[in-house]
Design a protein around this ligand. Structure first.
Ligand SMILES: [Fe+2]
Ligand SMILES: [Fe+2]
Length: 101
């Protein structure tokens, strides 16, 4: 049986309008992309200044890690809420395999 993987991510958005938000979660399974693969992700930021933002996107292709495994870059804007949005850009954790996925 083919095993699939996901990546955990955790980062902080840009600081705008006097605050930032944290965002964390796990991506979806791998999606074939050329000779590599990408992952989709979506979620909701932490509550800061009494509001949240939504975000969603597709990661970049796999980037090999020196210690083995791979990571993916993910970046984008959050939704506009209360008249502002934030941006984020980071790398996911290495791949995670689990029979509970
Ligand atoms: Fe905000
Ligand atoms: Fe991956």
């Amino acid at each position: 049986m083919k095993s699939h993987h996901v990546h955990d991510y955790c980062t902080e958005t840009t600081f705008d309008q006097g605050h930032s938000h944290r965002m964390y979660g796990a991506t979806g399974y791998e999606i074939p992309f050329g000779n590599s693969h990408v992952h989709s992700y979506y979620g909701v930021t932490t509550v800061n200044n009494a509001h949240i933002h939504h975000y969603s996107g597709i990661t970049g292709p796999a980037i090999p890690l020196a210690e083995g495994g791979h990571t993916h870059e993910y970046q984008g804007p959050t939704t506009v809420d209360l008249g502002h949005r934030h941006y984020f850009k980071s790398l996911t954790s290495a791949e995670r395999y689990s029979r509970f996925l």
